[in-house]
Unconditional design. Structure first.
Lengths: 673, 224
């Protein structure tokens, strides 16, 4: 029997698990120097297997494992293949980085590090299992494995109470989501008979109310993982709590598993979508994106800023998914394919640039042990590698050409602006608003990124001794360089990427973009028609380079050649300190003012006569007070009511069960025909 | 000389055993002395054994003989002996108090018997076994034992009530479906034995903590 991609994927998954178990027994130093590079190698192999499977049809495999009579079904189709590629590509960069990053931990906390290897490998493997699962049972096992392993990774530093709390919140939300998913699969199977294999669910279609209920349950279940409003609250807590490579894995890859799940359920298992599903997703996604980017703009903790930015990007992705659903439901498959390609493209891009930025933030955190922007600054001089590579991530996230973030956001914008003919006229009028939100989000993301980069890397150090800060090692450089290279290549060769995405869009909505997008050769991307819009990153890149070069030469040419060295900003200032720079709070101030109604803001403004003024402001998530606290209070009240039953007398407890038994027996007697 | 058909006789015997069981259940409900309670429990087990053996003979179900032997060993010999040793070592022979006075308990018990017969009547019509008459009695003894657990204040009689409840369930299973599968019966027997040991340990722990086996002392074990 020849080797199929699915067999290869299975072997890689087993390999990850095996390496993780090996991590428990070999010494920590060996584990870091040997096992993490091996994990990286397997990730590269996984990317290869994904790309290989992207070319072919679906393959299935039934494992003789699981419950009696319920073997594990595996299936690898192009959708799984695309996400496996994402997992492999981003996972290899992050794992390579982790090899260097955990050096300190492997030396000082060997026991913890050995457990971390196991959990890290299991996390990767369970994400791979989610992608190839072909029955609800195996899917849930893998899904929960993913949640549990990531929970333990988040709580690596469990000595810190705040991290334990963040981990608990994450676990709680993960379980709520899992319950919704369980119900969702139950509904999908209801009445179909037989097992829970996706093959059975695929041929069993629901209609009307139950179909909508299934959609809503899937939205809650996967939305809780994706950070969809108002289920996002765990995300800005858990991501900063985790070690940075883990944050990168969670934000870059795990959030995409939610997207995969939604795509799997909505386009593969559930039948024809109703129009309001898409509208709901577009609305919620846009709100999430706006909410996320606003909060990202006012954060002063570097990792929290990135976490909120992940909320924003998942919002964009989900709104694009809603758009796909809308057009798919209305039978306009070309536009649906455009929106879907944008969604998948952005998912891939986000994995790269957010992974890269989390790794960069990790390096800053590792070198300075400081995550508060108010204390950072001027790091570009001592960490040139981190600063340079992070710049690529920043530009990608801000959506600037010729990097990758621009391409996918631009494609999404095209999908919004295509002015389609939907059967609901009001939707046709409202949808351009989504485009406006997208533009606003893009601009604010740029703002947040300028803040992130400017405060952390530029300017003067705020209280740090820069001499003690060291740049990253070789493995970290390699990992971050890999991710940065991905950002650049994905940005420069969009038509090749779209051609690869074509098989996925063909499989899901029956239309591809490749024929029209790459019509004008590999240099140009033309999503719809050349008369509307087209984009050539390579030419743009060349133009940028040429104009920079010309400017440089021009300045050289006309420059008089006399240097004058003078203190900067010396116009009336005899001295200058780091406290005179713009601070993170100060930079975010305009956003706080304009969008004040969005934030739960509390400020301490010092009196003008205070000789040691201290300004403090805190931004809280208003949804926490609006959605979560009432829930908590309600549960507490309910528990108090139940507490009345607890009287401490065994006789009473026995009486409760006795009367219940009698009542049930009487009920049975009464209702029997 | 015509062939003597033993079936009606055995049937009569079965009804007799069932009514004896009900009588013992009432006796346990009204009994205050713990020692007598244990004797009554042993008697109940013996009659249950006879009843099961009788139904085995009547229905030619050989596996019921095993159940009978099992019941005899565990419920007539081992458990009463264990309980005996327990109360001697704990030095509690008396149980003077009940939560509700005895006549009221008996009246409620009669109501329970009527209720369970009413409940069992339609089920007995469905049931195809020839033992269906005993179903009502089995249910009644379950409820009566439960009632006994509720009305006692000391821990030992409650445990005896629990064991008697199990006896009633056993009778119900035998009469409704010719007994449970052997695996289940073995498991239940083991559970009862293990439960007994755990109860024994708990008794000593409770007495060590509260200097008494009166469960009123445990009322403070609740959240304020």
């Amino acid at each position: 029997m020849s080797l199929r991609p699915l067999d290869l994927v299975g072997l890689i998954l087993i390999g990850w698990g095996g390496l993780g178990l090996l991590g428990l027994v070999v010494p920590a130093r060996w584990g870091r120097c040997l096992l993490f590079p091996l994990i990286t190698g397997l990730s590269v192999l996984m990317a290869g297997a994904g790309l290989w499977a992207l070319q072919g049809g679906a393959q299935t495999l039934v494992l003789p494992m699981g419950l009696p009579g319920m073997p594990f079904h595996l299936r690898l189709d192009v959708l799984s293949a695309f996400f496996l590629t994402l997992l492999g590509l981003a996972g290899s960069g992050i794992s390579a980085y982790a090899t260097g990053y955990f050096r300190h931990m492997a030396e000082t906390r060997a026991g913890d590090f050995q457990r971390l290897i196991l959990l890290y490998a299991l996390f990767l493997a369970s994400m791979g299992m989610v992608l190839v699962a072909d029955d609800a049972y195996f899917f849930m096992v893998a899904w929960e494995g993913m949640a549990l392993s990531s929970y333990f990774l988040v709580t690596t530093d469990h000595e810190i109470p705040a991290i334990r709390e963040a981990g608990f919140l994450y676990l709680l939300m993960a379980h709520l989501g899992a319950i919704a998913l369980l119900l969702c699969f139950g509904l999908l199977q209801s009445g179909a008979g037989g097992d829970y294999a996706f093959a059975t669910l695929r041929h069993h279609s629901l209609t009307g109310f139950w179909s909508s209920m299934t959609f809503l349950l899937a939205l809650i279940g996967f939305g809780a993982k994706a950070g969809l409003l108002p289920l996002h609250s765990w995300l800005p807590e858990a991501h900063p709590a985790a070690p940075s490579p883990v944050s990168a894995l969670m934000s870059g890859i795990m959030l995409k598993m939610a997207l995969y799940g939604l795509l799997r359920v909505l386009f593969d298992l559930l039948g024809q979508p109703l129009w309001w599903w898409g509208a709901l997703l577009v609305g919620l996604g846009s709100l999430t994106a706006l909410f996320g980017v606003l909060f990202a703009a006012v954060q002063s903790d570097i990792k929290r800023l990135l976490a909120w930015s992940s909320v924003e990007n998942m919002g964009l992705i989900l709104s694009g998914l809603g758009l796909t659903l809308l057009f798919h439901g209305a039978g306009q498959e070309t536009v649906a394919a455009l929106a879907l390609a944008a969604v998948l493209y952005h998912a891939l891009n986000h994995a790269f640039f957010k992974g890269l930025l989390f790794l960069g933030a990790g390096s800053v955190l590792h070198a300075t042990t400081e995550r508060n922007m108010a204390k950072l600054g001027g790091l570009i001089r001592v960490m040139p590698w981190v600063a340079g590579l992070s710049l690529i991530g920043i530009l990608s996230l801000a959506g600037l050409p010729p990097f990758n973030g621009f391409v996918s956001e631009w494609l999404l914008l095209q999908a919004y602006l295509l002015r389609p003919d939907l059967p609901q006229p009001w939707l046709n009028m409202v949808l351009p608003l989504g485009a406006a939100v997208l533009a606003l989000v893009g601009a604010l993301a740029g703002f947040a990124m300028v803040k992130f980069y400017g405060i952390v890397f530029l300017g003067q150090a705020r209280g740090l001794v820069l001499g003690e800060v060291h740049d990253i090692g070789l493995w970290e450089r390699f990992g971050m360089g890999w991710m940065a290279l991905g950002c650049v290549l994905l940005g420069l060769f969009p038509s090749s990427v779209i051609l690869q995405l074509d098989t996925v869009t063909h499989a899901l909505v029956g239309q591809g973009l490749g024929a029209s997008a790459a019509r004008h050769g590999w240099l140009w991307v033309t999503p719809v028609a050349a008369s509307r819009a087209s984009y050539s990153p390579l030419i743009l890149f060349a133009v940028i380079m040429v104009s920079v070069g010309l400017t440089f030469l021009g300045v050289r040419r006309f420059f008089h050649g006399r240097w004058r060295r003078a203190p900067a900003w010396d116009c009336g200032y005899p001295f200058q300190t780091a406290r005179m720079q713009d601070s993170a709070d100060g930079f975010g101030q305009p956003i706080k003012q304009i969008f004040e109604s969005f934030f739960g803001l509390s400020r301490e403004i010092p009196s003008p006569f205070d000789p040691h003024p201290h300004y403090h402001s805190e931004v809280r998530d208003p949804l926490w007070a609006l959605c979560y606290l009432p829930l908590v209070r309600g549960v507490a009240r309910l528990v108090k009511v139940v507490g009345v039953l607890q009287q401490g007398r065994i006789s009473n407890y026995l009486l409760f069960s006795f009367t219940t038994l009698l009542a049930l027996l009487a009920l049975v007697t009464g209702t029997r025909p | 000389m015509s062939h003597w058909n033993p079936a009606p006789f055995a049937q009569q015997l079965l009804d007799l055993f069932a009514s004896l069981l009900l009588l013992i259940a009432f006796a346990m409900l009204s009994q205050r002395r713990i020692l007598t309670l244990i004797h009554l429990f042993a008697w109940q087990g013996l009659i249950l054994t006879l009843s099961i053996a009788d139904s085995a003979w009547l229905t030619h179900q050989p596996h019921l003989y095993y159940s009978a032997v099992l019941t005899l060993i565990i419920k007539v010999l081992i458990l009463p002996l264990l309980l005996h040793r327990l109360i001697r070592r704990l030095d509690v022979v008396w149980d003077v108090e009940t939560l509700i006075n005895i006549p009221t308990t008996m009246l409620v018990g009669i109501g329970l018997v009527v209720f369970s017969f009413n409940l069992a009547l339609p089920i007995a019509h469905f049931s195809s076994t020839i033992l269906r008459n005993t179903l009502g009695i089995a249910l009644a003894s379950v409820l009566l034992s439960f009632m006994m657990m509720i009305t006692r204040r000391k821990a030992v009689p409650q445990v005896i009530g629990f064991l008697a409840l199990e006896n009633g369930l056993f009778l119900a299973a035998t009469s409704a479906t010719y007994g449970m599968p052997m695996v289940v019966e073995l498991g239940v027997a083991l559970d009862v034995l293990v439960g007994m040991f755990i109860f024994g340990i708990f008794f000593f722990q409770i007495r060590e903590t509260f200097d008494s086996l009166d469960i009123r002392h445990m009322e403070k074990l609740k959240e304020e």
